[in-house]
Ligand binder design. Structure first.
Ligand code: SAM
Ligand code: MD0
Ligand code: SF4
Length: 368
């Protein structure tokens, strides 16, 4: 057990859960039945205990350090029909824009000045790139960000061909992010209408083979069962994703799921905590994009160690789940969220620390 901790482990009420958590605190691998046991509890003391164990485990691996990620949503034009997403092709009521490379570089440099450790270049599956095969423009944009900004870069471009993934690795990208949303194939088909489960999974595995770090993610509250959630946690672990996340579903106007409810924050927290308990050394985001600062703290208190979706004010950029939340007033910045961290005994790490993490993990990407 950790001596001298900022985070106290609180004993569970259910002796079986207590046994599982003690096993995890001793860094032993949990079985599927043990993970299900954690997933199935709704007892508040047991949940509190799970969060406290997750915070202890994060502390062992990362101390009090949290890493801030900057977010650039470069194009909101999409060819796809994902039923949960505001930017799906048939939504005529969403704001579409396409930032130029100059605008993107300007935003990336503002983000760097504001103190982020990584630039996440995200885009919808823009038909101009994906259908017209203008992948070269994506690769040259990433190269310019890598060369001019000098921070680690994550690319979230949707499903792209393997040779383009290789080109991205060659020009110096560090991360490839592509969320499966669910590892239940039937549910996938209902959510990502007309898309291939295998093509999406393979792109991620190929990225890893090309030497990129990969991020995997799951949507919570879209009709999945507890068993699906457990299966997703095991699948994320199996593919050796370096960053693992959940996104709580947020209903979007003018989409097929506009009348579906968001999941309770406790479900998201439980998922985060179990990811931390089962994958201690991985990066786990608390997204600002779901419900701002308060939600950020709860996610960090469940074991997350990244703040994602920081956006510079007055950049004219959108978020994804909360397209406008606190962008213009500047609260979605490193300085704006720092007080939330300090209140719960955490702090932003140095950029050097993050760059070292990336370097170490990239060096053994083929073994993970
Ligand atoms: N277009 C690329 C793709 O789909 O991979 C990258 C951007 S996409 C908007 C990034 C992620 O946002 C999706 O994979 C999904 O997990 C999340 N997302 C989209 N709509 C959401 C919603 N309504 N609520 C929560 N998360 C959402
Ligand atoms: C986020 N809205 O960080 C962003 C996005 C894509 N790589 C990230 C889903 O929450
Ligand atoms: Fe397009 Fe991505 Fe939204 Fe799906 S989740 S509609 S691919 S932007």
């Amino acid at each position: 057990m950790v001596a001298q901790s900022n985070f106290t482990y609180v004993e569970a009420r259910d002796p079986a859960i207590s046994r599982v958590l003690h096993k995890a605190l001793r860094e032993r691998e949990l079985t599927k039945a043990e993970i299900s046991r954690l997933m199935n509890t709704n007892d508040i003391i047991d949940l509190y205990s799970i969060f406290s164990a997750a915070q202890r485990i994060r502390e062992k691996k990362f101390g009090n350090d949290v890493f801030p990620y900057g977010f650039i949503y470069a194009s909101t034009y999409c060819r796809n029909h994902c039923v949960f997403c505001f930017y799906r092709k048939p939504n005529v009521k969403c704001l579409r824009y396409r930032k130029t490379p100059e605008e993107i570089l300007e935003i990336a440099s503002q983000l760097k000045k504001s103190g982020v450790h990584l630039i996440d270049l995200t885009m919808s599956e823009d038909p101009l790139i994906h259908d017209e095969k203008h992948f070269g423009s994506l690769v040259s944009l990433v190269k310019r960000i890598v060369d001019d900004i000098g921070l680690p870069v994550m690319v979230s471009p949707g499903v792209i061909p393997r040779r383009i993934i290789r080109d991205l690795a060659q020009v110096g990208a560090d991360w490839f992010a592509l969320y499966q949303e669910t590892h239940n194939r039937e549910l996938f088909d209902r959510l990502r209408v007309g898309q291939s489960f295998d093509a999406r999974m393979n792109a991620k595995l190929q990225a890893k083979k090309e030497g990129l770090l990969i991020e995997e993610g799951v949507l919570i509250g879209v009709g999945e069962t507890h068993q699906d959630r457990v299966n997703s946690i095991l699948a994320m672990k199996r593919i050796g994703a370096h960053q693992v996340r959940e996104m709580g579903f947020q209903p979007q106007p003018n989409t097929p799921m506009e009348n579906c409810a968001s999941p309770p924050i406790l479900d998201e927290m439980k998922f985060i905590a179990i990811m931390r308990i089962t994958q201690p050394g991985k990066l786990i985001p608390a997204s600002y994009d779901i419900d701002g600062g308060k939600g950020l703290q709860l996610r960090l208190m469940a074991g997350a160690n990244l703040v994602t979706s920081l956006i510079p004010p007055r950049s004219g950029l959108a978020g994804v789940a909360q397209s406008k939340l606190n962008v213009e007033c500047g609260l979605r910045t490193v300085k704006g969220v720092e007080p939330y961290l300090e209140q719960i005994g955490l702090r932003f790490a140095s950029r050097k620390r993050y760059i070292e993490w990336v370097k170490e993990n990239k060096a053994r990407v083929h073994m993970s």
